[in-house]
Design a protein. Structure first.
Lengths: 97, 97
DNA sequence: TGAACATATGAAGATATATTCATGTAAAGT
DNA sequence: ACTTTACATGAATATATCTTCATATGTTCA
């Protein structure tokens, strides 16, 4: 495994995107089904503006993707990779006794 | 998969620990072999104090572990889980075209 | 076209995080 | 006991990040 500077910054950006409780909840919510921004905001009880900012971060690192439907934007997980990763880390966290 | 508040904070702490270039380099260096603080500091060209602070963060989330040998502290990865996780995320990052 | 709805974005303030500096602690050798 | 070596830690400053507020953009519908 080689770590170029580019790889390092991509990987840290990815981890950084995952290192916020709000964004983790977003990802968890999206693991069930795609949702619009408004639906997410209501479901997570978070401000729309804040949510949009966070979604942008998740999108930048390709953790989520969007499609348009009328005036709505439907967000979903970019791939199952994301979910797999998350469950792994959760089990690692739970290994603490 | 259920996300209790405790799980969320443990997982975000773990991701947070991984979301720094310096700490990523530390983990990468330790994937070869255990190293003392001085060895790490020289190898990564980083200040000893800064390194100690970062090692503490990594230790808090159980990514690395330590054993003492004389006046040295030998740090190593806590388990291969860590390395597996890292390689997965690297390949995810590299999926960008 | 104008109004309402859905989402994005820039700026500002609050908070968190990282690095450095100075110093503390602990083990080993003399 | 004193000095040196190895590492840890607290405080301070610098930087990054998050949230909120205000506003902009884009879409639909009357």
């Amino acid at each position: 495994m080689t770590l170029s500077n580019q790889t390092i910054s991509e990987v840290t950006d990815l981890f950084k995107a995952l290192s916020d409780p709000g964004r983790l909840k977003i990802i968890y919510a999206l693991s069930d089904s795609e949702m619009s921004v408004t639906e997410l905001a209501e479901s997570l009880d978070i401000e729309q503006s804040s949510l949009s900012h966070q979604l942008k971060i998740l999108k930048n690192v390709r953790l989520v993707s969007v499609r348009r439907e009328g005036r709505k934007r439907l967000y979903s997980l970019a791939d199952e990779h994301v979910y797999t990763l998350l469950t792994q880390v959760i089990s690692h966290a739970n290994e603490k006794r």
